[in-house]
Structures are given as structure tokens and as C-alpha cells.
Write a protein that binds this ligand. Structure first.
Ligand code: NAD
Length: 412
């Protein structure tokens, strides 16, 4: 993660940043209502931020499809707090499983790590979790060797549907080698504190319900709308039929508005809700706003020059006229910004055991690859996506630290 304040301190213009939750956007009144989420309670915990122009980039929350028990018992994978909760729960499971006189059935349950959702989030997490077990946990607590078990549950017939068949097969066979079980055609219908209930489609076409006990449950079944976005959509008549997020036009303006833009997972622009799309949309909006500010400045200059021309002496008029022509040329150049066009660089996912899969489109050709070289490519791609040199160095140090001294297994 990159602290926003670290980005802002390098900006020349004054920017005000509030780390707070936007609880409601009033489109008519042009006000964002914000709430301070800190644990320390100040005298003012809520405020209003008026706006002329607004960019909504609040992302999405975890989809649970209303499946009972998910919110209460599963861990998610979106915020840093989710990762901390997962780490604590893994260690709780391991310590409780090794507690004196624990029954064998309970040990098996506690050490069963279930990941629901075979998209890139679920696959990458299952791979990383097995790595954590192989590279660290086993060294610390060798007695869990035969009972620690990672299972990936997916409702569809295969995992990673956005990758080519070849890479799906490669992922599935790598998982087999790493002893990660993949259970496809298995749709979770109900979750309790100790087991999940899933509907399994058998090869003969019949269905059965199975109870799968777990110690840790990680839920990664995709994105859902955040309430603040749902509420904003309800205020804009043109968004009446939108289901997946704020529908935007080719300039990322929210349909039915003139002064609201949306980017990333909360916007529907017919692209997948990926970081790659969000990053390109953000860069486009930055260009668009820079253009708008340059346009404003040139238009003001043009107005001033026209006024000056009316009162100028005849000998000065030609100079002013030349300046006007030059500004008009500049204005045309600046205004030439076209609509947003997404350029797909490919899909990339880590699958554990220092292997990754990549479907990359380069030089107008597609190339699919999997293995250790792809893993190094994956690492360098992630490094290049860090915003600052500071972050790149910190991430490199973290990787080196984990390689030599293992991952941190402390519970708090
Ligand atoms: P996803 O929507 O890609 O996958 C969710 C999976 O969960 C689906 O395959 C679905 O069939 C399955 N599922 C849904 N309900 C289920 C149930 N009840 N029981 C069993 N399975 C169920 O979600 P994601 O993996 O969280 O990814 C979200 C977005 O973020 C995607 O667009 C993805 O491409 C992107 N992403 C990309 C990367 C990467 O490029 N490496 C990594 C993480 C996320």
C-alpha cells in the first residue's frame, strides 16, 4: 500500500486529504458526507465536504450473494485488516490444533483451510497459503505435517475462467503437485462456524449436499456494490437500470450527470474489474483534468486578449492578433484529448511454489506461459506497479527478509 500523504507531499498545489469514510453522496446538494473512522474519538467525527466536481473511486465490497453465515464466519481479502485477521486465525487454528489432548477429528478440522472462489484472488491466496505452510509453519510446528490441508472450492467446472485452457490445466496440475485440493462444481450454500454446506454436481448429473468442516474459511467470490454507490445510483434517474455499478460514458462521466466521474471497480465501463483497468482509468482522468485546467487558463487569456484588442492602438493590434491566433492553436491542440481506450496488457496470477501463469498480449501476438520464469516476471511486474521508489525498496526488503528469516507468525 502507498500512503496517500506520501504522494501529496510531492505536489506543488495545495491538496486537502481526509482519511475518512464517505457515508453518503448527495448529488442534488453537491455534498459528500464523511465520517472519521479512527478508534480515537475526537469532538468532531462527522462532516460535510461540498463539491463542484466529484470523482468516485471507492471500489467494491465482497460479494456474499446473501449466503447465510458468510459475513459472520468467513474472512475476506480486500483490506489490510482482512490480511491481519487471516494471519491471526491461521495461527489460532494451528495453536488450538496442537493444544494438549485435542481429538484427531478436531485437529483435522482446525487445520483444514478452505478458500471459496476459484478466481485469481482465491487461486493466488491458496497458493500463498500452501507456501506459508511449506516454507514456514512446517519448520516451526512439524507435527502438523499430515493434517494441514488447503482446499479451493469453485462452483464452475474449472478455476481461473479468464485464462486459456492450457494455463488452467497447468494451474490445476501444479496445485495437485503442491497438495492443494481443488473442488470444482461445488457451490457453497450455507456456512456455520465449523463447516460449510456445499451442493456438489456429480459426473452423472445428480446433485448432493456435503458438509465440509474447516478451521479457516477465506471467501473470495468476487465483487459487490458498496452501499454509498448504491445510494448514489438511486439518486440519478439515468442509473435506474444499472446493476453492477455506476455506468459511465467513454470519458468516464457517470451517465445522467455532468460533474461526476467514476473509476475502478465501482464504475461500469464494460471492462473487467481489475487493477489494470483502474490504473489506466485513473491516468486518463488525470490527463483529462489537466487538459480542462489548461483549457480554462487559455480561454481566460483569450478573453483578456480580445478585450485588449478592442482598445489597443492600431500599431499594436497585429501583435495581439498573432497572440490570439497562437492561443487558439494551443486550445485546439489541448482539446484534442480522445475518449478513454483501455489497452489490455494481459492477465497474470501467482499459483504458489514460485510459479505464476501469464496470458500476455505483446507486439500484437498472444503468449501464454507458466512456471518459474513467469514467476520472476510476475514479481517484476508487481514491483513496477508500486507507486514510489520508497515502496519498491520496502517491498524488496520484505521479500528478502521473508526469504532469509521466514514470514512473521506472531498472532497480534
Ligand atoms: P472472480 O469474480 O474473478 O471469481 C469468483 C469465483 O467465485 C467465480 O469463479 C465464481 O464461480 C466463484 N463462486 C461464486 N459463488 C460461489 C459459491 N457460492 N461457491 C463456490 N464458488 C463460488 O473474483 P476474484 O477472484 O475476487 O476477482 C475479482 C476481480 O479482481 C476480477 O476481475 C479479477 O480478475 C481481479 N483480480 C485479478 C488478479 C490478478 O490479475 N492476478 C488478482 C485478484 C483479483
Amino acid at each position: 500500500m502507498e500512503p496517500i500523504r506520501n504522494i501529496l507531499r510531492h505536489k506543488k498545489r495545495a491538496v486537502r486529504f481526509y482519511e475518512a469514510e464517505a457515508t453518503k453522496i448527495d448529488y442534488e446538494k453537491k455534498i459528500v458526507y464523511a465520517k472519521d473512522d479512527s478508534d480515537i474519538k475526537g469532538d468532531t467525527m462527522e462532516t460535510e465536504v461540498p463539491f463542484d466536481m466529484l470523482v468516485v473511486g471507492v471500489g467494491a465490497e465482497n460479494a456474499t450473494f446473501g449466503i447465510p453465515g458468510v459475513r459472520e464466519h468467513a474472512c475476506f481479502l480486500k483490506e489490510v485488516g482482512d490480511a491481519q485477521r487471516i494471519r491471526k486465525q491461521i495461527m489460532d487454528c494451528v495453536e488450538t490444533a496442537t493444544f494438549k489432548d485435542q481429538s484427531q477429528d478436531e485437529i483435522k478440522r482446525l487445520l483444514h483451510m478452505v478458500v471459496v472462489g476459484g478466481g485469481p484472488t482465491g487461486v493466488e491466496f491458496a497458493g500463498e497459503l500452501q507456501d506459508f505452510f511449506q516454507e514456514d509453519l512446517l519448520k516451526w510446528i512439524p507435527q502438523i505435517k499430515d493434517d494441514f490441508h488447503v482446499t479451493l472450492v469453485e462452483a464452475l467446472p474449472n478455476v481461473l475462467p479468464m485464462f486459456s485452457k492450457q494455463l488452467i490445466d497447468y494451474t490445476e496440475s501444479s496445485f495437485k503437485e503442491e497438495h492443494i485440493e481443488i473442488r470444482t462444481k461445488t457451490m457453497v450454500k450455507h456456512v456455520t462456524d465449523k463447516y460449510i454446506e456445499a451442493e456438489i454436481s456429480k459426473p452423472d448429473g445428480t446433485k448432493a449436499i456435503e458438509k465440509i468442516p474447516y478451521g479457516l474459511l477465506v471467501w473470495a467470490t468476487g465483487n459487490a456494490l458498496r452501499p454509498v454507490v448504491k445510494d448514489l445510483m438511486s439518486q440519478i434517474p439515468a442509473q435506474k437500470n444499472a446493476r453492477r455499478g455506476l455506468e459511465v460514458n467513454e470519458y468516464l462521466v457517470v451517465n445522467g450527470t455532468e460533474n461526476v466521474w467514476a473509476v475502478g471497480d465501482c464504475a461500469v465501463a464494460n471492462y473487467a474489474p481489475t487493477a489494470q483497468v483502474a490504473a489506466q482509468e485513473g491516468a486518463f482522468l488525470a490527463r483529462l483534468f489537466n487538459t480542462m485546467s489548461k483549457t480554462d487558463a487559455i480561454e481566460t487569456e483569450l478573453r483578456e486578449l480580445s478585450a485588449k484588442q478592442g482598445t489597443a492602438k492600431p500599431e499594436d493590434r497585429t501583435v495581439i492578433l498573432n497572440e490570439i491566433t497562437e492561443r487558439q492553436r494551443q486550445l485546439r491542440r489541448v482539446k484534442q484529448i480522445g475518449p478513454f481506450q483501455y489497452s489490455h496488457q494481459g492477465s497474470l496470477a501467482y499459483i504458489g511454489a514460485e510459479k505464476a501463469v501469464a496470458d500476455v498480449s505483446w507486439f500484437s501476438g498472444n503468449f501464454a506461459s507458466g512456471g518459474t520464469m513467469t514467476y520472476l516476471f510476475w514479481k517484476s511486474a508487481y514491483l513496477s506497479m508500486c507507486f514510489s521508489t520508497r515502496n519498491r525498496v520496502l517491498v524488496c526488503f520484505d521479500w528478502v527478509k521473508a526469504k532469509f528469516f521466514g514470514r512473521d507468525v506472531s498472532r497480534e
